[in-house]
Write a protein that binds this ligand. Structure first.
Ligand code: PGA
Length: 261
């Protein structure tokens, strides 16, 4: 894994945006896998700024989001459809038909999960998958002890995740317990996985992801088997890592073409 450590969430977000922007410039018709949650919000703001100020072009980009709540319609303020419109899509020149978010209200959820996998395959797979990490080590909504080879499917949230995200819902009774999420197997097929992690509450999960054994107890640890994963963490999230100095050493000695600019 490539491990990049920065002092603040601001620096993590700007570097994350740079990684995405570099791909967009190199491959204007790239396929992006997108994440929701608190962590990538500032990254999306920076992408919007680059679009407005530097004409970063989204017109040929295709996107696939990681997950969605079952039962929340796209106009519900806590749905991830709504989140993506609000935080990115409506501010850039992306074509609506090229954006995909799992449908948590599909009449037949199981066949719509399979159709989501087919749609990813039909465009040739995901070039870059953005990811957050849960405090319990989940990626997407793949909770601990689930299969590390799972595909897009309906999952049940753990009590820990429900607690972590409860404050986002003004009416607690509206927080769904079921979600549709890309599986770990789906995520692992992306050509580049980029995980953002900020805050002390993520430090145990970050350590387990990078330095722990590959184990379904920390679903993100499956990324150790991925050929190209970049973790961008702030110092609080990275605080538990044993090899901090080593990651910094490696970054200092990168060759020019191995850096993001
Ligand atoms: P967060 O969520 O960015 O809101 O912390 C991350 C995640 O659960 O994947």
């Amino acid at each position: 894994m490539e491990v990049l450590i920065r002092d603040t969430i601001e620096e993590v977000s700007l570097l994350g945006a740079q990684v995405v922007a570099q791909l967009l410039r190199q491959k204007p018709n790239c396929v992006l896998g997108l994440a929701t949650g608190r962590t990538p919000m500032r990254l999306y703001q920076e992408l919007i700024r680059l679009h407005e100020k530097e004409k970063l072009d989204f017109s040929r980009v295709t996107t696939f989001n990681l997950d969605e709540y079952v039962g929340l319609p796209p106009d519900h303020t806590q749905s991830y459809h709504f989140y993506m419109q609000k935080n990115l899509f409506r501010h850039v020149n992306i074509s609506r038909q090229s954006t995909h978010v799992p449908d948590g209200c599909a009449p037949n959820l199981r066949s719509s999960c399979m159709a989501y996998e087919d749609a990813i395959r039909a465009v040739g797979g995901i070039d870059l998958q953005l990811l957050g990490i849960g405090s319990n080590g989940h990626i997407g909504f793949n909770e601990p002890t689930g299969s590390l080879n799972s595909r897009t499917w309906i999952k049940i949230l753990s009590e820990k995740t429900l607690k972590d995200n409860a404050s986002l819902f003004t009416k607690p009774e509206e927080q769904p317990r079921h979600v549709v999420t890309m599986g770990i197997g789906t995520i692992r097929e992306a050509r580049h996985c980029v995980v953002l992690a900020c805050g002390a509450q993520k430090s145990r999960a970050v350590k387990a992801m990078i330095e722990g054994p590959v184990s379904s107890m920390c679903p993100a640890s499956a990324l150790q088997l991925h050929p190209r994963t970049t973790v961008i963490a702030d110092i609080d999230a990275a605080a538990g890592l044993e090899q901090l100095d080593h990651y910094r050493w490696i970054e200092q000695h990168k060759l020019d073409w191995q850096t993001y600019r």
